[in-house]
Design a protein around this ligand. Sequence first.
Ligand code: NAD
Length: 520
Amino acid sequence: PRVDSVLGTSATSFPHSHEKISEPKDTPYFVDNEFRFSSSNEFIDIHDPATNNLVSRVPKMTKSELEDVVASAEKAFPVWSSMSTIARQQVMFRYVGLIREHWDRLAAVITLEQGKTVSDAKGDVLRGLQVAEAACAGPEYMKGEVLEVAKDMETRTYREPLGVVAVVCPFNFPAMIPLWCIPIATITGNTVVLKPSERAPGAAMILMELAEKAGFPKGVINVAHGAHDTVNFILDSPTIKAISFVGSNKAGEYIFAKGSANGKRVQANLGAKNHAVVLPDSDKDSTLDAIIAAAFGAAGQRCMALSAVVFVGETQSWLPELVERTNALSVNGGFESEADLGPVVTPESKTRIESLISSAETEGAKLLRDGRGFKPPKYPNGNWVAPTIISEVVPSMQCYKEEIFGPVLVCLQVQSLDEAIELINENPYGNGTAVFTSSGVSAERFRKNIQAGQVGVNVPIPVPLPMFSFTGNKRSVAGGGANTFYGRPGVNFYTQLKTVTSKWAGRDAQPAKTTLSMPT
Ligand code: NAD
């Protein structure tokens, strides 16, 4: 069944508070520029992580509904890809304007479903919006190359869209990750099937409302809901030519292997363990503040969170001050204006994080700040884990080996920069890292020798702006990281190169001697 009209429906209106919703509505899917309710009888509940009140239910869509979604994108492809680049660009300009206009609404639904604070959710939207803004220059990136390669002969390249592409999203950036992909995929002429995280689909639904309003023709962007079965449907669909995946290693390594085996292009950004290195010549105040923000912001649920800190030499003595400054953070519902961090996403996530904290204790690390058992008075039923700081951690401990994905900072100690580099390089993940120092020589030594894709020098979360690309390394990406997200490599991922060699000699030109050998 259809949801009556696109704008102003319950599909995309959400409360801007943690108040209990008296009659939660199911999340519709989006096909042919319409919101529709699934006829499935299997649903996944979405709860407000601050209260565990029911917010909505996401359908595990039926096979025929999934087929409709893919068919819609397939039908739209010839229409959309043959529109002029300037016409597609005009749609993107309007989309960008609308996302900015609806920034607060997008942020509110992220806080409601995912738990992060409203101000942080606004950052989630902005980082995606910036990719859309940069994508307005897509036609510039689409231009091919031409060279006169011989007399009367030239070679030209064209970038052509792939067709229908799919995007499979994680829960932690409900606006940013869809927007890493939708703008670049569409400006280059592809049509999209987006599968939002089943834990936080609301922002994607608002992005669909805005896409329709911006003038994307029907079928250009569609949303399919569900969990593993929906992803398997995408993997098996011969119509879908490429998959962009962001999420855990477990899901991503499987999706990369199966998608590639099925002949699709796959880009997959995975998990992380990002280290900060603190050198004695760094500025203590700004370094400690940067580490606290990067470790505990978004309750540590960022793939670029600094979740491990390596204190070099005497900087180990800064630990009490790190704890003291962390004590000042306010953990509360994300709609509360003073909240610095909110809850973690689900009760299962809380249990997993708490058990990793316990394992550290059992394995002999020292709990300098224990966030277990914390509850803000107004929201006793949320998934709370307060900032936790664990020292005397060594690489063999579970809390170091696993991505915790919560507000937990593990602290290690070494005696030199080289030891820190060696320790980090031995870690299987390589998403991001940061060094804090006032020495250009040390910074350069770190930059040169570190095996991580995104390096900060006195910058805790060095996520590149959209004119660059997101360049994880090692196990933080599947397939060796050949296909990175956004920027020029994003355009390359969503387009197929066609190389044309032409010869135009006049009738009066000297005919070449016929030969069956390759020209030499
Ligand atoms: P997740 O892997 O559980 O889910 C991501 C998506 O994959 C969801 O849409 C889900 O439905 C689907 N999925 C999950 N398991 C599947 C399976 N077995 N088969 C098929 N599909 C499956 O990840 P999450 O918990 O939503 O997100 C957190 C993870 O994402 C963390 O590991 C984090 O580091 C990572 N992440 C990485 C980046 C990056 O750019 N490197 C960015 C954001 C998040």
